[in-house]
Design a protein around this ligand. Structure first.
Ligand code: SAH
Length: 282
């Protein structure tokens, strides 16, 4: 039973990949969600269970709701990784509710990670002067701003909180040379990611920090991912020095850069492609 349902899952996985053949290559993140084949048999069993144990109907409904929202999350996640920031902004503008759907799924995925990069960045900021001004590019639920004393400009595609600036982060309303720390925590999602880093370069002061946390599999050259050295070289060419690179976490990699006095044009830089990070069904 086990083996055959796994086989079906694999075949379905292949079909899905074929369908998205013209999209950027995918980085897979191993998360536990079952494919519909396993789901169907489980649904039958659950159906039987709920008809005999009428006192537990909510657990069945809750499970079905969770499945649906898991699928919806994966669809939105793929969308964000395979379109430009501009398109993503328009997409959510049309239906801001989708942003909540995305973030419910995102938090569910994050709860399985042994460590969340945003917490490492919070600890890093707390060990520094709280007078440093921060810009959190792709802030999500603005957890960073809520957990530090610093002035934080929280930026995302949708604003669910008055403190969050809703915009495509390739064009923010922030003043040039106005922030000390620019953070991208799992947010280099669009196909035009270099334009986000260019925008951060514009708003950073000389000597300012650029912190980038990204899913590790996106930087695994043995698995179709970008070479982390090529990535950091591109950012160095833009006008940064690499201070350190933290590779010790299982799920993500964290780069710490500082802005130099002179910046270059992003156009002449050889930016490596960053794969989409698609969450797998299991
Ligand atoms: N940094 C947060 C959330 C990460 S999820 C955390 O670590 O918890 C990635 C976030 O980046 C999402 O909220 C998504 O909406 C945002 N994002 C992706 N592309 C964006 C863009 N072009 N402009 C603004 N926000 C963007």
């Amino acid at each position: 039973m086990e083996a055959s349902s796994k086989g079906k899952n694999r075949r379905r996985g292949k079909k899905r990949r074929k369908a998205s053949g013209n999209q950027p290559p995918e980085a897979s993140v191993d998360v536990s969600e079952q494919a519909p084949s396993a789901l169907t048999s489980k649904r039958r069993k659950l159906g039987a269970a709920t008809s005999s144990k009428v006192n537990k109907p909510t657990s069945f409904l809750d499970k079905m709701r969770a499945r649906l929202s898991g699928g919806h999350f994966r669809m939105l996640n793929e969308k964000l990784y395979t379109c430009s920031g501009n398109e993503a902004f328009d997409y959510f503008k049309e239906d801001p509710e989708l942003f909540s759907v995305y973030h419910t799924g995102y938090q569910e995925q994050m709860s399985r990670w042994p460590e969340q990069p945003v917490n490492i960045i919070i600890t890093w900021l707390k060990s520094r002067n709280p007078s440093l001004t921060v810009a959190d590019f792709g802030c999500g639920d603005a957890r960073l701003a809520k957990n530090v004393k610093n002035k934080v400009f929280s930026i995302d595609l949708v604003s669910n909180d008055p403190s969050v600036i809703a915009c495509d982060m390739s064009q923010t309303p922030l003043e040039s040379s106005s922030v000390d720390v620019a953070v991208f925590c799992l947010s280099l999602m669009g196909t035009n990611y270099p334009s986000y880093i260019t925008e951060a370069t514009r708003v950073l002061k000389t000597g300012g920090w650029l912190l980038i946390a990204e899913v590790k599999s996106r930087f695994d050259p043995n698995n179709g991912g970008a070479d982390p050295v090529e990535f950091s070289e591109a950012i160095k060419d833009l006008g940064f020095s690499l201070v350190s690179q933290d590779m010790k976490n299982k799920m993500f990699i964290l780069f710490y850069f500082r802005k130099k006095e002179k910046s270059a044009s992003a156009r002449n830089i050889n930016w490596p492609e960053l794969k989409a990070c698609i969450y797998k069904r299991r």
